[in-house]
Ligand binder design. Structure first.
Ligand SMILES: Nc1ncnc2c1ncn2[C@@H]1O[C@H](COP(=O)(O)OP(=O)(O)OP(=O)(O)O)[C@@H](O)[C@H]1O
Ligand SMILES: [Mg+2]
Length: 225
């Protein structure tokens, strides 16, 4: 369960202080699928980075499955992230010169795991997203939709409880985007918690709950289904 209480995040711009998030409180139960929406610059990615334990907050509290995140040191945060969270990013963040299989195995290199186990886990994730046949291809030989599937497989490889996705369909045509959302919905039906940042109402419609952020504040938080 994600529990954040009165989170604030400021950025220092020269001498001025810019408040990117203020007084953000929300609870996300295991198994929810939540859309986070709002205009460009509203603070979505800032919130994403904090929820993903990638960035720190200036004040407020964050409990992830009861663990107090704001008090953790970098190494503890990295371990928590590795154990609980899978990331799917807008620009895919794949290593182009490497194979699909290598890209999916990547998060496991940080665990002390036998190569064979890593490979089995990566192939399992590629099966889940329907592109096991592309394992030996280089990622720069793939289409946008296939690349996004690689990014999702990579997010799944460490068996996360939570998937954080920042505009996972932003670079895709609407048909491919629909297929990717279908895939993400299936992961949710299997019990994974999904947080999805999207500009697109059609993508948000796959989610059961919608949170809208404006100028760093939550202005709407409601169930849609
Ligand atoms: N490292 C930084 N230093 C200073 N200001 C920042 C930094 N990162 C973000 N900001 C500012 O904080 C605000 C929120 O940015 P954020 O990236 O969270 O927006 P967003 O909602 O994700 O927008 P988009 O939809 O364009 O991705 C913006 O005004 C941005 O300019
Ligand atoms: Mg953003």
């Amino acid at each position: 369960m994600i529990e954040v209480h009165q989170i604030t995040k400021n950025y220092q711009l020269g001498k001025a202080k810019f408040t990117a998030l203020s007084d953000i409180s929300l609870t996300i139960q295991p198994g929810e699928m939540v859309a986070i929406q709002g205009r460009s610059g509203a603070g979505k990615t800032t919130l994403f980075n904090i929820l993903g334990c990638l960035d720190t907050m200036d004040s407020g509290t964050y409990r992830l499955d009861g663990q107090q995140v704001e008090k953790m040191k970098d190494a503890e945060l990295a371990a928590l992230r590795c154990k609980k969270i899978g990331f799917v990013l807008q620009e895919f963040a794949l290593i182009n010169q490497q194979s699909v299989l290598f890209n999916v195995m990547l998060p496991l290199f940080f665990d002390k795991m036998a190569y064979r186990t890593m490979k089995t886990r990566a192939m399992e994730a590629l099966h889940k997203v329907g592109i096991a046949n592309l394992a030996r291809h280089k990622t720069n030989q793939l289409s946008g939709g296939q690349r996004q599937r690689v990014a999702i497989a990579r997010a799944l490889v460490n068996y996360p409880e939570i998937i954080l996705a920042d505009e996972p369909t932003g670079a895709l045509d609407s048909k491919t985007a629909g297929q990717i959302m279908q895939l993400i919905s299936e992961l949710n039906q299997q019990g994974m918690t999904i947080l999805l940042i999207t500009h697109d109402d059609k993508m948000a419609a796959y989610c059961q709950r919608r949170i809208v952020i404006e100028d760093g504040k939550i202005i709407e938080d409601q169930l849609t289904q």
